[in-house]
Design a protein around this ligand. Structure first.
Ligand SMILES: [Ca+2]
Ligand SMILES: [Ca+2]
Ligand SMILES: [Ca+2]
Length: 522
């Protein structure tokens, strides 16, 4: 019989970096397992030895116990990754076990980019920006609103960020990946995620790679200080950022990311102190291949129930987001990226699970934000361009923060619904459309006006729809409508009586209403 170390003995083990297969499918060396709640061998943190003994009986491969996790789940390591699938199958067949799934590795979804010629076009471009400047007349965010940046950590001393940063937490369990000499700790500083070729195993990465300062860049798009005479401006610059560090040198484990999500939303996490600043918005500019697993979906459900809106990058593989988690989980706002022309960015994932599109930039027109000059360890704080769905996502998270600044009682469902129904239509000829890029490009001014005009009483007893709305675009305040134009809003079809712009069908109550209601969409 194989000897399985206990949790205590394992505390000193350092995992090797996860590996990438030839087809870029990520391979992990860890498993998340959950026991049924009434299982006689159900494990507790204080009875780890029972779990190890039980595991010994049902697997014939070496399995190491890593740690207990939330919701009676446990993280295991399979040193020989070739055996991972077999072990998962064996665990799944055991009646005591509710589920077992790979503890998948997630990566930041940014692509490094060279400095471009245009500054922060993504806020103001009439074709492809997020309609930002006028929205700042309504609000620039509230310090009572917290956005968690679940990422590589941040550079706390960046002068354009420091006044908006909360302390945060570092959930990276593996000290080698964390590069800070220990496991989880209260310092979410980004220590750099540079790699030398092959460092993560199986020839990945193929070449040396500089540090990305990914979390710092993402945080700057959300809340870099505005009107301070330096650098850049975040979307919601009076909002505070909660840095939650989950991505290390070779990516991050799902089990660390989901613990970070729970903590960010104010839920308890074994071994971590209570979070004094629960976040209303969680920004996840990360992802990996695969279905949305039990662990992610359960976590999303719980943080949403705690009131947090979860915004996730769709990924940069130019493939259907259906195969990329956690952007494919139910209940998240899944974000695709557009370029400066309002087209789908060349890298952006797409598909009917996308909720909204936001600027992520392209090769010559990246997103400018806070950065660091260090190729490996941090050096000087700076600004730089990046591109990716990682850069699109914080635009949406920032807008969500502005919405919460106007109305702290918004539910995650309302945040998503309002963002989607007020989106700006893709420009004519765009390679994005509502079938593959969500409802449009996020429109900050329109959605803030929508929040200010919330109708307290929804229409009672909606009748089943009779109108075919499949060829009707969503109403937008930016479009000019002519008599006879047909559009939809909130699942209702309308026809314009005469010329109008920015006359919402939702406020069509008077005799002067410009819209004739045609009925509910099918
Ligand atoms: Ca650490
Ligand atoms: Ca740390
Ligand atoms: Ca600034």
């Amino acid at each position: 019989m194989r000897t399985i170390p206990t949790a205590t003995a394992l505390a000193v083990l350092i995992a090797s970096c996860p590996a990438l297969a030839q087809n870029n499918e990520l391979i992990t060396d860890q498993i998340i397992v959950k026991y049924r709640s009434h299982s006689p061998v159900m494990l507790t943190e204080s009875a780890t030895d029972n779990s190890v003994a039980h595991l010994q009986q049902i697997t014939d491969s070496e399995v190491l116990y890593v740690r207990p996790s939330s919701n009676n789940t446990h993280v295991l390591r399979v040193p020989d990754q070739q055996n991972l699938d077999t072990v998962i199958e064996q665990l799944r067949q055991d009646p005591n076990i509710e589920y077992a799934e790979p503890d998948r590795i997630m990566w930041p979804t940014a692509i490094p980019d060279d400095p471009g010629y245009s500054l922060q076009w993504h806020y103001s471009s009439a074709v492809s920006g997020i309609n930002m400047p006028k929205a700042w007349d309504i609000t620039t965010g509230s310090p009572d609103v917290v956005v968690a940046v679940i990422d590589t950590g941040v550079r706390f001393d960046h002068p354009d960020l420091m006044n908006n940063l909360l302390p945060g937490y570092d959930f990276i369990k593996n000290a080698a990946g964390a590069r800070d000499g220990d496991g989880r700790d209260a310092d979410a500083t980004d220590e750099g995620d540079w790699l030398v070729a092959g460092q993560c195993g199986r020839n990945y990465p193929p070449r040396d790679r500089n540090s990305s300062w990914h979390g710092t860049h993402v945080a700057g798009t959300i809340a870099a200080e505005g009107n301070n005479g330096q650098g850049v401006t975040g979307v919601s610059w009076n909002t505070r950022i909660l840095p939650v560090r989950v991505l290390g040198a070779c990516g991050g484990y799902t089990s660390d990311i989901t613990d970070g999500m729970r903590w960010a939303a104010g839920l308890s996490v074994p071994g971590a102190p209570a979070n004094s600043y629960p976040a209303q918005v969680l920004n996840l500019s990360l992802g990996g291949q695969g279905a949305c697993g039990y662990t992610y979906q359960q976590t999303v459900n719980e943080v949403r129930a705690a009131g947090a809106t979860v915004v996730v990058a769709a990924g940069n593989d130019n493939l259907n987001v259906r195969d990329f988690n956690p952007g494919n989980c139910q209940g998240v706002i899944s974000v695709a990226a557009n370029n400066k022309e309002g087209n789908r960015a060349f890298y952006s994932n797409f598909g009917d699970m996308i909720d909204i599109t936001a600027p992520g930039g392209g090769r010559s027109e990246g997103i400018l934000s806070t950065y660091n000059t260090g190729k490996r360890q941090a050096e000087k704080n700076s600004y730089n361009y990046s591109m990716g769905t990682s850069m699109a996502t914080p635009h949406v998270a920032g807008v969500a923060a502005l919405m919460y600044s106007l109305d702290a009682s918004l539910t995650p469902d309302q945040v998503e619904q309002y963002i989607k129904e007020t989106a700006r239509p893709f420009p004519a000829g765009s390679t994005c459309n509502t079938a593959i890029c969500g409802t449009g490009i996020i429109d900050t001014l329109a959605v803030l006006e929508r929040v200010k005009g919330i109708q307290p009483t929804p229409k009672p007893n909606p009748q089943p729809g009779t109108v075919d709305c499949s060829n009707m675009t969503l109403w937008s305040p930016n479009n000019v409508y002519q008599a006879g134009d047909q559009i939809q809003l909130n699942g209702v079809a309308y026809e314009a009586k005469w010329w109008s712009q920015n006359q919402s069908p939702a406020d069509n109550s008077s005799d002067w209403g410009v819209w004739t209601e045609l009925g509910q969409c099918k």
